[in-house]
Design a protein around this ligand. Structure first.
Ligand code: PAF
Length: 265
């Protein structure tokens, strides 16, 4: 496995593969890898000849009061995980932004509301860094987890609108044994917070199943002590939730059953 920090070294390697007729799958990450990321790597390995993972904690997608500085950066562990999961190349740039950079990618419709409501500059940062990474790596396919459902929607739109020649491949959420959707931010949760957080996947499952009601989920989650609901919204055939547990913001969603519109009860 190669680890490179510069765009030049990255492009040289990808170019060598492409000139041999090999396809390239790309998994962009901010590191602190977990089984959710490894599922993306596994899918990339299945569908492409070569797999590139980027590890870069992107400052522009964090708001001023957010966790950019304390975001976990366990590089040695991440490196071993990439190696064990047959990643061909890890791209780990120091900084992706030139000083004085003044160009942004701003998706103006799907970025509004939900996560974009409370985090007004978040998707501008995501869309910009993903566009830069796609331009640098030039993969055939890029893999993103459905846990960040709005991110998937925004990236699909950006790629379509800006004619970026890549196939976006969303991959289903991976859950811990207790049901919690895997996230690099789960490490922030204390034992007690984690116990409380389990209400989110549990009630979400009930809401899309037996109860079949968004309003029920809002009412029920709002009553749970230690959980501060941010939103419950339907999008892309999924019921999506964001909620704070202590200082940690968690996301989750589930696919709504086909051909059954959710009641407004
Ligand atoms: O989902 C993430 O980890 C990040 O938003 C991404 C796509 C790597 C961009 O920084």
């Amino acid at each position: 496995m190669k680890v490179v920090a510069t765009e030049k070294a990255l492009r040289a390697q990808v170019q060598r593969w492409k000139s041999n007729g090999e396809t390239v799958g790309f998994v962009p990450t901010m590191g602190a890898l977990h089984q959710g990321h490894l599922r993306l790597v596994e899918e990339a390995r299945k569908r492409c000849d070569r797999v590139v993972v980027s590890i870069y904690v992107n400052p522009t997608q964090f708001g001023p009061e957010e966790d950019y500085l304390r975001y976990p950066r366990p590089w040695s562990k991440d490196r071993v995980l990439c190696q064990k999961n047959q990643v061909d190349l890890v791209y780990r740039p120091q900084n992706l932004y030139l000083s004085g950079a003044s160009t942004w990618v701003f998706e103006e419709e799907l970025s509004k509301g939900r996560c974009g409501g409370g985090r007004p500059t978040h998707f501008r940062g995501v869309a910009t860094v993903v566009t830069k990474l796609l331009n640098q790596v030039q993969p055939d396919r890029a893999f993103f987890g459905w846990k960040d459902a709005q991110q998937v929607e925004v990236i699909q739109r950006v790629v379509r609108d800006l004619n970026i020649p890549v196939q976006i491949e969303p991959v289903e959420i991976v859950r811990d044994r207790d049901g919690l959707a895997l996230s690099s931010r789960n490490v922030y949760l204390s034992g007690q917070e984690r116990d409380r957080a389990l209400a989110i996947p549990l009630l979400l499952q009930v809401a899309v199943g037996k109860v079949n009601s968004k309003a029920w989920l809002i009412k029920t989650l709002s009553k749970i002590q230690g959980i501060k609901l941010d939103y419950v919204e339907k999008s892309q055939g999924r019921l999506c939730v964001a909620a704070w547990v202590g200082k940690t913001r968690l996301l989750d969603n589930r696919v709504l059953p086909l051909k059954r519109s959710m009641s407004s009860r």
